[in-house]
Design a protein around this ligand. Structure first.
Ligand code: IPD
Ligand code: CA
Ligand code: CA
Length: 264
């Protein structure tokens, strides 16, 4: 069965009507930083129902409610119903729905839609990357002029010191540091040339599956601790940049501080 990126975009945009500025419930998921709202659940339920109807037999790997049914499926949806939930809970615009479609384990299509920023990013493997229908491309800035998007391991503060040391060393050699609170949005901003460097110690596949494809299709580079493309099924360290040499340079800073990952 054939599916088009337009069908995915339309479904994601329809799902976004479940994102509202107020009136949702907020709960924590074991720590006061890690939140889930009733909107996360409503968006995910809508997407799983509609996308499985669009592509019968497809599998799912989704953030909420441990939805983890990807083994043995040729097509798998990797979904973060709201990336940047802490922002969403405060009606901060920096949040997005992230939907990736994997084909035989590889990122094939990706949509990151941030309704309050008014930005819909998308890519199909081999077809370039777009924001609101306009082609996007990474910057060509050198590392020394780069803006770094990053985070301090919010849900695992026991690793914050390592993040701090890595970020500090990158910061000394680049232009400056930024943080929006949505990895998907940040990687798409990197894909658009609004920033140039990226590091996060541990992300889940749903945080970056769609944005990684968008970034690569926009000419950028992304890798994990071992220098390979980050896993699309298990947590990963994520380094990304406009240029491959900047990606390698961030990774060398990471390796200076970490001989191995602090998680499996
Ligand atoms: C989080 C955001 C944040 C990143 C965290 C993610 P969530 O996702 O992407 O920017 O720093 O690592 O977990 O929990 O808001 O979906
Ligand atoms: Ca997320
Ligand atoms: Ca989320």
């Amino acid at each position: 069965m054939e599916i088009t990126i337009d069908q995915i975009i339309a479904t994601v945009k329809e799902a976004s009507s479940r994102m509202v500025r107020s009136g949702f419930e907020v709960h924590d998921k074991g720590s006061r930083e890690n939140l889930v709202t009733s909107s996360d659940l409503a968006v995910q339920d809508f997407l799983t129902e509609r996308l499985s109807a669009l592509l019968p037999g497809s599998g799912f790997l989704c953030e909420e409610e441990d939805l983890n049914d990807f083994e043995g499926h040729a097509f798998v949806w990797v979904i973060d119903p709201i990336d940047g939930t802490a922002n969403y809970a405060r009606a901060n615009e920096n949040c997005a729905i992230s939907v990736a479609l994997l084909r035989e384990g590889q990122a094939y299509m990706g949509v990151v839609y941030s309704p309050w920023r008014g930005e819909c990013y998308w890519a199909v493997k081999g077809g370039g990357a777009f924001c609101n229908g306009v082609p996007i491309h990474v910057s060509d800035r050198p590392y020394e002029d780069g803006l770094l998007y990053t985070a301090m391991s919010t849900y695992h503060k026991e690793w914050a010191r390592s993040c701090h040391d890595i970020i500090f060393d990158i910061y000394l050699d680049c232009n400056d540091v930024r943080r929006t609170g949505s990895a998907a949005v940040e990687l798409c901003l990197l894909a658009s040339g609004y920033a140039d460097l990226y590091f996060e110690l541990r992300l889940m596949p749903w945080d970056y599956a769609a944005a990684a494809l968008i970034l690569c299709e926009a000419g950028g580079s992304i890798c994990s601790f071992d220098g390979a493309f980050p896993s699309l099924t298990v947590p990963s360290l994520v380094v990304a940049a406009n240029r491959p040499e900047s990606c390698r340079r961030i990774l060398s800073v990471v390796h200076r501080h970490l001989k191995q990952l602090p998680y499996a």
